[in-house]
Design a protein around this ligand. Structure first.
Ligand SMILES: NC(=O)c1ccc[n+]([C@@H]2O[C@H](COP(=O)([O-])OP(=O)(O)OC[C@H]3O[C@@H](n4cnc5c(N)ncnc54)[C@H](O)[C@@H]3O)[C@@H](O)[C@H]2O)c1
Length: 253
């Protein structure tokens, strides 16, 4: 893939894994649109990359439609969509305060799973209009699940359900989009040092790092970005969820 000829959308691109991927794309010359709710960080990174920022709630139909229009008008039809927007909560099915709140369960599903699908469907409809490349390819989509999709911990019912959904829909969407030449893959990160994790206290961070077989540390956002770039480059990767996790298998807590 010649990155300097393409435009790319990164959801959750204002922070963490998305921001590192947007930077990697920008360094290779891609025109980048950052879709995020964090205006301050999003605007600043877009200015640095010479791209655009769209204030977007991925779970909202109208918000994503508007972002698609703005992006296509400013940068042309996208060939790359990286879905990084997401939230994490910890809440047990029955906790000290009683049953898990339904509202928080639905919120996580709505942003992580429905939001990912909302972006896929509306962006794929634009990618379909691209001129086909060598293999008939018109675009590539990368989603972000989590190792919690497979070994969810105590308090992760909602988060795990959302990420298992992202991983699970990868193959059927790749099959849906094969006729228009759009590849779909998912990265399932282990524990990465991003603002999502930096909020935790040092004890928790040390305990998490100690659970990683090798290397014994959290992943860096640049390591996530590196895999995302390779998925864009490697035209034969499709319909797959790839764990990026230092061989971690999460314990119950
Ligand atoms: N950091 C980790 O260890 C880790 C591990 C596994 C999976 N993940 C997943 O990776 C993705 C990125 O996480 P991160 O660690 O970079 O987190 P982060 O908090 O640094 O970044 C997430 C970004 O998503 C944005 N966002 C949240 N809700 C949104 C919405 N409704 N619409 C648009 N943007 C929204 C936030 O504003 C933020 O900029 C998430 O989906 C997360 O679940 C992270």
């Amino acid at each position: 893939m010649n990155f300097s000829e393409v435009s790319a959308i990164v959801t959750g691109g204002a922070s963490g894994l998305g921001a590192a991927t947007a930077e990697a794309l920008g360094r290779k010359g891609a025109k980048v649109a950052l879709w995020d709710m964090n205006d301050e960080k999003g605007e600043a990174l877009a200015a640095k990359l010479g791209g655009i920022f769209c204030h977007t709630d991925v779970s909202n139909e109208e918000s994503v439609s508007t972002a698609v229009e703005k992006t296509v008008a400013a940068l042309g039809a996208p060939r790359i969509l990286i879905n990084c927007a997401g939230i994490a909560i910890g809440e047990k099915t029955i906790g000290k305060n009683g049953a898990h709140r339904l509202e928080s369960f639905q919120k996580v599903i709505n942003i992580n799973l429905v939001g990912t699908f909302n972006c896929i469907r509306l962006v794929a409809a634009e990618m379909e209009k691209n001129e086909p490349g060598q293999d008939g390819d018109r675009g590539v989509i990368i989603n972000t699940a989590s190792v919690a999709a497979f070994d969810g911990q105590i308090g992760q019912a909602a988060y795990t359900a959302s990420k298992a959904g992202v991983s699970g829909m990868t193959l059927p969407i790749a099959r849906d989009l094969m006729s228009v030449g759009i590849r779909v893959n998912t990265i399932a990160p282990g524990i990465f040092l991003t603002p999502m994790m930096m909020g935790m206290d040092d004890k928790v961070k040390d305990a998490l790092s100690a659970m990683v077989p090798f290397p014994k540390r959290m992943g860096t956002p640049e390591e996530y970005a590196s895999l995302a770039m390779e998925i864009c480059r490697n035209a034969y990767l499709n319909g797959e969820t790839i764990r990026l996790d230092g061989a971690i298998r999460m314990q119950p807590r």
